[in-house]
Design a protein around this ligand. Structure first.
Ligand code: 13P
Length: 340
């Protein structure tokens, strides 16, 4: 695969006024979110929900790429058009989640490893032929007593790098997602230290596997205090800790960084991204944007509730969150926009 094609895809994904929409919840995760709202947990309801998302009017003004789950890539909207073609017609690049979720890391209690490398090369070329041009693999790191261990960090970094090189071989831009979870009562400083270690390990592994940094995107966590931490730091402190960490750990050759939201409130996710742009304008060598699932979708899902008559209002809410984040991605967001 030509490096120039990967670079072109990455540049399109990192459009200066847009971000990514993660709509790649596994069947289990999607069903859990449906269950909480009393929505039937069937393939047809998952299809209807994804149709609502991809047909949202104006979505392409704020979203450059959408990450799909395997089930969705084969599904169509009501008029028979494949979802992936609906996205392409809007100029939104289709991507695909290719990891197969996490399992416990044997002999390392409380830690996990992400599965999905077996047969991955073949799956990637099938996805390329279906029209996907980028992929995603999520590794999960938990902060707790005596964890993460160096072994868990190294093993997950190695798998991310193997995945990334296979993607580039198949013509797909790899989104490399090492997520340090927000769960726990750790401090901002602890999250910063762990994220430093993880990013160093990930970029060492990517370098060892000859991954081209110019043809990949990093999808990290923001540096945040744990959800149960008694100290919840200011928006500015989060912005500073996050960008200072990336300036030390993420090579300038990487075209872009696109955050996961990780369970933050929708508004905080926008405010924090916005603050990073305001405080580090012209100091960042990469593009900095969002690749949110919950922080874009949640209000729309809650409004839809599985009922066709709520589709229009749910689409308005989805568009609004994508729009707020596209503003934050340029440092132009204000909390007043929440009322618009
Ligand atoms: P959240 O934004 O809900 O964290 O999801 C992003 C994602 O893609 C997780 O892999």
């Amino acid at each position: 695969m030509e490096t120039s094609d990967l670079k072109r895809t990455a540049a399109h994904l990192m459009d200066k006024s847009k971000g990514l929409l993660a709509m790649d919840e596994s069947t289990g995760t999607c069903n859990k979110r449906f269950e909480a709202l009393g929505i039937p947990q069937t393939e047809e309801y998952r299809r209807k929900y994804r149709e609502l998302i991809v047909t949202t009017p104006g979505l392409e003004e704020c979203i450059s790429g959408a990450i799909l789950f395997d089930e969705t890539i084969n599904q169509s909207v009501t008029d028979g058009t494949l979802m992936i073609d609906v996205l392409k017609q809007k100029g939104i690049i289709p991507g695909i989640k290719v990891d197969e979720g996490t399992i416990p890391l044997d002999r390392f209690p409380g830690e996990t490893i992400t599965e999905g490398l077996d047969g991955l090369g073949k799956r990637l070329s099938d996805y390329y032929n279906k029209g996907a041009r980028f992929a995603k693999w999520r590794a999960v790191i938990t902060i707790g007593e005596d964890i993460p261990t160096p072994t868990a960090i190294k093993t997950n970094a190695y798998n991310l790098a193997r995945y990334a090189v296979l993607c580039q071989q198949a013509g797909l831009v790899p989104i490399v997602e090492p997520e340090v979870l927000m769960d726990g009562n750790h401090s901002l400083q602890q999250c910063s230290e762990v994220t430093h270690q993880v990013l160093h390990a990930v970029f060492n592994a990517l370098f060892d596997q000859h991954v081209e940094f110019e043809g990949m995107i990093l999808k990290p966590n923001m540096i945040l205090p744990g959800l149960e931490s008694p100290v919840q730091d200011s928006i500015e402190a989060v912005a500073d800790a996050t960008i200072e960490c990336f300036l030390r750990c993420v090579p300038a050759a990487v075209p872009g960084i696109a955050f996961l939201s990780g369970g933050q409130s929708e508004q905080l996710a926008s405010e924090r991204l916005n603050a990073m742009h305001i405080r580090f304008k012209d100091k960042m060598p990469w593009e900095l944007t969002f690749s949110f699932s919950r922080a874009i979708q949640q209000p729309a899902l809650e409004a839809w509730k599985g009922d066709d008559k709520n589709v229009a209002i749910a689409q308005k809410l989805l568009y609004h969150r994508a729009w707020c984040n596209s503003k934050a991605r340029r440092g132009e967001y204000t909390p007043e926009m929440e009322k618009e």
